[in-house]
Design a protein around this ligand. Structure first.
Ligand code: NAP
Length: 346
């Protein structure tokens, strides 16, 4: 972040940890620029009884962040101006006055973008760093994986032999959706930007086909790759791709409205072909992963099992340094990353 303003507070004579944190400085219009954020440095406060200090190791960068900084009604309140940016993290307890959180333990959950987090543990849960790489807990074993699992299985309800189409297919959610659909015996087609991503989802993740939406005729390719039509469309991007998918729906198809990343930085436009839902007697349903958090252990158990069996892969794209928060954030929208985007802090 070039235009950051660094706030330094004078500390007392004893050595104190300094916390770098990313604040929301401004509500952006369109694609956020660097002035959206402010990097602040200030001493880590003393812990009160019941609190623990977590040293953040990784911060998750998610398209949902764009929604959280908009001053509009949504499933979570907007991040207040001047406050640390909401973010999922994974980190280690380095000090504790909370009997339930021991020094050396690792935690993950929805928190904020800072090097050190003072917490009472609310919203965080303990993880085992020996079970999987830490970044996996922000990816397949974290919020994106749980989103893919419940969105596909509870809303999409795929049956063996059906055709599942997923957009944002090389991203954190889409890559898991496609792999679970394969595990369930479906014919799976992914939509992604560029040859490298299309090759990746076919050759590494086992998709049956891929459409490069940046370089190919989407409609022609849908006809070719989904000859029997589409039974489940898992939509991560909205816009033109959603419109094209609607033209190939089978009777009683299910459309999972998970996200609309193509619309997040502009005034959103609805699908022109919405009446295809009528003709197909299809169902289009939105969902929010937080409604399933109480059941996340089920998703983690199944996905952990599939990972051990080699049926499910997790891939993370790591950018280093909290100072690079903005540069990393932009990659969500430029597509300059493969897999789950995370920021390495320590
Ligand atoms: N409902 C929920 O509870 C929930 C929870 C988590 C995520 N989500 C949503 O799910 C979607 C995927 O999230 P994610 O975590 O998988 O993010 P991600 O890892 O950043 O993946 C999103 C993918 O979308 C593609 N993309 C970006 N701009 C695009 C555009 N204009 N048109 C088409 N594709 C575009 C990018 O790849 P390309 O290079 O292929 O363009 C990127 O890989 C997002 O819309 C997010 O908001 C919803």
């Amino acid at each position: 972040m070039k235009t950051i303003e660094v706030v330094k507070e004078k500390t007392s004579s004893k050595i104190q940890l300094i916390n770098k944190r990313v604040l929301l400085a401004k509500r952006p219009k369109g694609l956020p620029d660097e002035s959206t954020w402010k990097l602040e440095e200030l001493p880590v406060p003393e812990l009160k009884v019941g609190e623990a200090l977590i040293q953040t190791e990784y911060i998750s960068l998610d398209p949902a962040m764009r929604g959280w900084i908009r001053d509009a009604k949504s499933y979570l309140p907007p991040v207040p101006l001047g406050e640390p940016m909401r973010a999922a993290i994974v980190g280690k307890v380095i000090k504790s006055k909370n009997p339930n959180m021991k020094v050396g333990e690792y935690y993950t959950g929805l928190s904020s973008a800072q090097q050190y987090v003072v917490t009472d543990g609310n919203g965080l849960f303990k993880i085992d760093p020996n079970m999987a790489p830490l970044t996996t807990y922000l990816s397949v074993m974290g919020m994106p994986g749980i989103t893919a699992y419940f969105g596909l299985l509870r809303i999409g309800k795929p049956k063996a032999g059906e055709t599942v189409l997923v957009s944002g297919a090389a991203g954190a959610v889409g890559s898991v959706v496609g792999q679970i659909a394969k595990i369930k015996g479906c014919h799976v087609i992914g939509i992604a930007g560029g040859k490298e991503k299309c090759d990746y989802i076919i050759n590494q993740l086992g998709f049956d086909g891929a459409i490069d939406y940046k370089n190919e005729d989407i409609l022609a390719r849908l006809e070719e790759l989904c000859p029997k039509g589409i039974d489940v469309y898992y939509d991560n991007v909205g816009g033109e791709i959603l419109d094209h998918a609607l033209t190939r729906l089978n009777r009683n198809a299910r459309i999972v409205i998970c996200g609309a990343i193509s619309q997040y930085n502009k005034k959103p436009k609805g699908p022109d072909n919405y009446y295809m839902i009528l003709a197909a007697r299809a169902k289009m349903e939105g969902f929010v992963v937080i409604d399933y958090f109480s059941e996340s252990a089920t998703a983690r158990r199944d996905m952990g099992q599939w990972m051990m069996e080699g049926k499910l892969r997790s891939k993370e794209y790591v950018v280093e340094g909290i100072e690079n928060f903005h540069e990393a954030f932009l990659r969500l929208f430029s597509g300059k990353k493969l897999g789950k985007l995370v920021l390495k802090v320590t």
